[in-house]
Design a protein around this ligand. Structure first.
Ligand SMILES: [Zn+2]
Length: 395
């Protein structure tokens, strides 16, 4: 494969340089183009590490008009989806998921982790559809499909969902997920999901404590079980909203254990802000996990968009820069740190090599018209050139 030579690119540190990309990696900075190179003239545009959508539900994308959630809360969205499943077909899921994945990729993401509903209502339709989209778009964007096991998944009532999860694993999902906070015993659910993931040798990404109820501690329980069991696969805990309702000392104590367990926390500001806090009429809490104490403890904190124009979030534009902007405004991160939550931290969560403009880094990059990372987040310029593994993508 010919080298890619990117000419006249502005780096986040303010310097302008050229880069040689060879075999998917940044080979050198500076120098000049060779006659066999593929040439990309950046024209002074900003070159950033590509973004990653760490938490999506591609199977539900663009259902906002057809599946309504009048109450606007989490259970309203879940019940609306369950009631609508009979009318949702595999071709429909594939079409909407592909549209969403292409949009997210065109906006600068080279990898997407999507959850796929595995419930008695959906059966394995979402899994089949998203695995098909994963294969169809293989050359455009890396997609991971995680089985989102329905509840109940524990005890005798959970047998059907556990059987569906086993079928999803056999179909070739990339990881296991579920919603312990919706189960009658979230801690028992943590145990079941860890055991299932250990058996299947797959990573785990659970929807954890997606609630402002301060009595919920499934995140702390998950950390203890990961540490005690020596679970060796990657673990992510998505949402983790109730952590923000704890006292600073409890937040710090739990964060230390999350760090020790090596769990990535994936913050999901947009859907949490939409769904949570509706019963707090006064001084409504910011429904986002406790980012500062997690980061202070050394936890890898990534961020995702979660839902895209569906009953869980009627808005969203399929752009990781939108999530980065929310991480500045709601998560109180500085812009550069915020960008990391939708790039390097998300890649770490997915076990992908770090991307960037340093020599030896993976050449997953995005070129956009901005002078700084902060300005890129602020303006979210629409025209972006996406480079994946050293190849300019036609999206
Ligand atoms: Zn989710």
């Amino acid at each position: 494969m010919a080298d890619l030579f990117i000419k006249d690119a502005l780096l986040p540190d303010g310097t302008t340089t050229s880069l040689r990309i060879s075999d998917g990696l940044v080979a050198s900075l500076g120098g000049s183009a060779h006659k066999d190179d593929v040439l990309l003239d950046a024209g002074g545009a900003l070159l950033l590490p590509a973004m990653v959508e760490a938490h999506a539900h591609l199977d539900k994308a663009f259902l906002a008009e057809t599946v309504l959630n009048p109450s606007g809360d989490l259970m309203g969205a879940i019940m609306a989806m369950d009631a609508a499943q009979a009318n949702i077909t595999q071709p429909d899921i594939e079409a909407r998921a592909e549209r969403a994945a292409r949009l997210i990729a065109r906006n600068g993401a080279t990898a997407i982790r999507t959850h796929a509903d595995v419930t008695k209502e959906t059966g394995l339709t979402s899994v089949a559809a998203l695995l098909a989209v994963r294969e169809r778009l293989r050359d455009l964007v890396h997609i991971e499909v995680f089985a989102l096991t329905g509840f109940p998944s524990i005890g005798s009532e959970g047998a059907d969902h556990r059987a569906l999860l086993r079928d999803a694993i056999a179909m070739g999902v990339d990881g296991i997920g579920g919603c312990p906070h919706l189960e009658s015993d979230p801690h028992a659910a943590n145990e079941m999901f860890l055991a299932a993931a250990a058996d299947a040798r797959l990573p785990l990404d659970l929807h954890v404590d997606e609630t402002l109820d301060p009595t919920r501690f499934a995140l702390a329980d998950l950390a203890e079980r990961v540490i005690a069991s020596g679970f060796s696969q990657r673990v992510a805990a998505s949402h983790c909203v109730s952590l923000v309702m704890q006292s600073p000392s409890v937040q710090a104590q739990i964060s230390d254990r999350i760090a020790e367990a090596g769990i990535t926390v994936i913050a999901l500001p947009s859907s949490n802000l939409f769904l949570q806090g509706r019963d707090h009429g006064v001084a409504t809490p910011r429904a986002i996990t406790a980012i500062a104490p997690l980061r202070a403890a050394g936890v890898n904190v990534a961020a995702g968009a979660d839902n895209l124009q569906d009953p869980f979030n009627p808005v969203g534009r399929g752009d990781c820069l939108e999530t980065a902007s929310l991480m500045v405004m709601v998560g109180h991160l500085l812009p550069d740190d915020s960008y990391c939550t939708v790039s390097s931290a998300a890649r770490t969560a997915m076990g992908l090599p770090i991307a960037g403009t340093g020599v030896g880094m993976a050449a997953d990059l995005v070129l956009l018209s901005a002078n700084t990372t902060r300005e890129a987040i602020a303006f979210a310029p629409p025209d972006r050139t996406v480079i994946r593994a050293g190849v300019v993508q036609a999206l």
